[in-house]
Design a protein around this ligand. Structure first.
Ligand SMILES: *Cc1c(COP(=O)(O)O)cnc(C)c1O
Length: 224
């Protein structure tokens, strides 16, 4: 077995059933993705639209592609025909565009709302207050081509496990609050996407249902 195959098998053994592993393949060549694919893995994550389009065109049709990075409204049209889940919805404008473009392809696109839980200013995502405004609005009820599946969050980039745990706990609390107030009888609203290579064990302990793991599977990324 190759390193990638071994890594993916090892991580999958750590995950309880019902937890989704998104293998984050950004910057990695299609050969690496195929190695993971050959173990039977089908969920892959990319953060750039250009790269996602190229890999979708090049690789097997049955891969479920997750967009995990910031998405600009004007780029939705390039991925609406095939993207499986968008983890990074952060505005009504973006959600409206996803709905509109999905309709053209007669699809319903699974979406997560990205909530800002980290202290860093650089991180994307909306506040808890904005989240309730967004999900509680009348406008969102008109969207028939998007399905809100849950929330996504990224912890602060820090060595402090305590800080990371606190932020993941906070996302779980927000999720539970949204669920009970707005999605009580909606079984689709069920996912919390949190946890990356360095913090996914903590995320799982705090209630994550989707982990997004890159370097632990494919090795360190080299940015040019
Ligand atoms: C790159 C990335 C990941 C994976 O990061 P690793 O530390 O390599 O596991 C997860 N989520 C998002 C949003 C990313 O951009």
């Amino acid at each position: 077995m190759t390193d990638i195959e071994q890594n993916i098998e090892r991580i999958k053994q750590e995950l309880r059933s019902g937890i989704t592993l998104v293998a984050v393949s950004k910057t990695k060549p299609t050969e690496d993705i195929l190695e993971a694919y050959n173990t039977g893995h089908r969920d892959f994550g990319e953060n750039k639209v250009q790269e996602l389009i190229y890999k979708h065109e090049t690789l097997p049709e049955d891969i479920r592609w997750h967009l995990i990075g910031h998405l600009q409204t004007n780029k939705v049209k390039y991925i609406a025909s095939f993207v499986s889940m968008i983890h990074s919805v952060d505005s009504m404008k973006l959600l409206g565009m996803i709905n509109k473009e999905a309709a053209k392809h007669n699809r319903i696109i699974d979406c997560l709302i990205q909530v800002k839980i980290a202290e860093e200013k650089s991180k994307f995502g909306i506040s808890e207050k904005e989240l309730f405004e967004l999900l509680g609005s009348d406008e969102i009820k008109k969207f028939k081509h998007t399905c809100i599946r849950g929330l996504m969050g990224m912890a602060t980039f820090t060595d402090s496990d305590e800080q990371i745990r606190k932020e993941f706990k906070q996302l779980k609390i927000i999720f539970d609050e949204v669920k009970s107030r707005l999605y009580k009888n909606n079984s689709y609203f069920s996912e919390i996407s949190m946890g990356m290579s360095d913090d996914y064990q903590i995320a799982l302990e705090e209630g994550s249902t989707i982990v997004r793991i890159g370097s632990n599977i494919f090795g360190k990324r080299v940015y040019i």
